[in-house]
Write a protein that binds this ligand. Structure first.
Ligand SMILES: *Cc1c(COP(=O)(O)O)cnc(C)c1O
Length: 365
């Protein structure tokens, strides 16, 4: 639990709000509504139908999702979406799908698309070690692509798009796994949005898919039942046993966001304040801390940074852990350090980290 002494800055699964953790603990013993453990509740019960309905309703309210979009709760994580997307919308077409590769996660998506058809990487930040995002005029987009795929927030490198790329008329698809619900989005810009829960929405096990109806109906031919989006639309996410527990906790998170935070615009304000504080501490010691992302592409959710050498980084992690600051190690693909400031990380926790970073730099910088 996030108390004044234990703070979770993990990249994922990430921190969850303290009140949600308390309700979850109680629900494992006995749900207030049924007297039974949430872990033993039937997915065909009226209780679970109400949980699904509330989770969907809250997401629609928080993100202003129009009626002609479906909200699905699926399994397989975001990695399965890398495959399902081209299976449904690229397989059997002569069209090309376009991919922006701006980091570790977006690089994985076109690899899966190539099993299904033509996928072009229209911009690749690999040679610049994924330290920046493309400018609009660097993207050679075509009008007749099957879709354009990008990742709105690169969780590993800490890069976040300020504006959605793309051309009107080309279906835009976005992996928002690490920043969905961090702030308002214009859902109508997108044909499909997906985000697994374990970074910003809840525990692992469930993936939210927001899908425009006419795009969904374009899916090709015969697909395995479980891998066809239309199955999950037609059964309202109850084709087979869904992850009841994960969806319940996600519902509690959306309730918290509406009730206690006051919506995603208020959340964005808090997130900006947290990021401003932590970047401020890093920027104050430029010879000591080095932020991975170029300034104009910095993420509010994930801050990847380095120290002058790996010995000091190891010292940093040990000292942080001793002081109750957890999850600050960088992703295994790039090493270094990373502070993740997801919705559930409080302003107080960010302030504690900020002070701690300042003290560490004064001591070792
Ligand atoms: C963590 C992450 C993934 C991987 O998701 P899984 O649910 O583990 O498959 C994909 N995309 C982004 C942007 C991520 O941050």
């Amino acid at each position: 639990m996030q108390t004044s002494t234990q703070m979770n800055f993990s990249g994922g699964p990430g921190a969850l709000p303290a009140p949600v953790l308390r309700q979850t603990r109680d629900a494992i013993e006995a749900l207030p509504e049924t007297g039974l453990s949430v872990l033993g509740m039937s997915h065909r019960s009226a209780w679970f139908r109400a949980v699904l309905d509330e989770a969907e309703h809250n997401l629609r309210e928080l993100l202003d999702i129009p009626r002609h979009y479906h909200v699905l709760f699926m399994q397989g994580g975001s990695s399965l979406q890398f495959s399902m997307l081209p299976m449904n919308f690229l397989r059997g077409t002569k069209q090309r799908a376009e991919y922006i590769v701006s980091g570790y996660w977006s690089a994985k998506a076109p690899v899966e698309a190539r099993h299904e058809g033509h996928a072009s990487v229209i911009w690749d930040g690999y040679d610049e070690r994924y330290t920046r995002l493309p400018q609009a005029d660097e993207l050679r987009l075509s009008e007749d692509a099957a879709y354009l795929h990008y990742v709105s927030n690169e969780t590993v490198e800490g890069l976040e798009f300020a504006e959605a790329p793309g051309l009107p008329g080309v279906p835009l698809v976005c992996d928002m796994s690490s920043n969905l619900l961090a702030g308002p989005i214009d859902v109508e810009r997108y044909a499909l949005i997906y985000a697994h829960a374990q970074k910003n929405l809840g525990p692992s096990g469930v993936t939210v898919v927001i899908l425009r109806d006419d795009f969904a109906r374009r899916a090709r031919g015969s697909l395995p039942t479980m891998l066809d989006y239309r199955t999950h639309i037609d059964t309202r996410s109850l084709y087979n046993t869904p992850p009841v527990f994960a969806i319940y906790v996600l519902m509690l998170v959306t309730r918290w966001l509406r009730g206690e935070i006051g919506g995603v615009a208020a959340m964005a304000e808090i997130n900006r304040a947290k990021a401003r504080a932590v970047y401020g501490a890093l920027d104050a010691y430029p010879g000591f801390y080095r932020v991975h992302a170029e300034r104009s592409c910095r993420s509010t959710m994930n801050i990847a940074f380095r120290l002058p050498d790996t010995v000091t980084e190891t010292l940093f992690l040990e000292a942080a852990q001793r002081d109750g600051l957890h999850g600050l190690e960088g992703h295994r693909s790039i090493g270094g350090l990373r502070a993740s400031l997801y919705n559930a990380v409080t302003l107080d926790a960010a302030a504690t980290l900020t002070q701690w970073l300042t003290d560490f730099a004064r001591r070792y910088g």
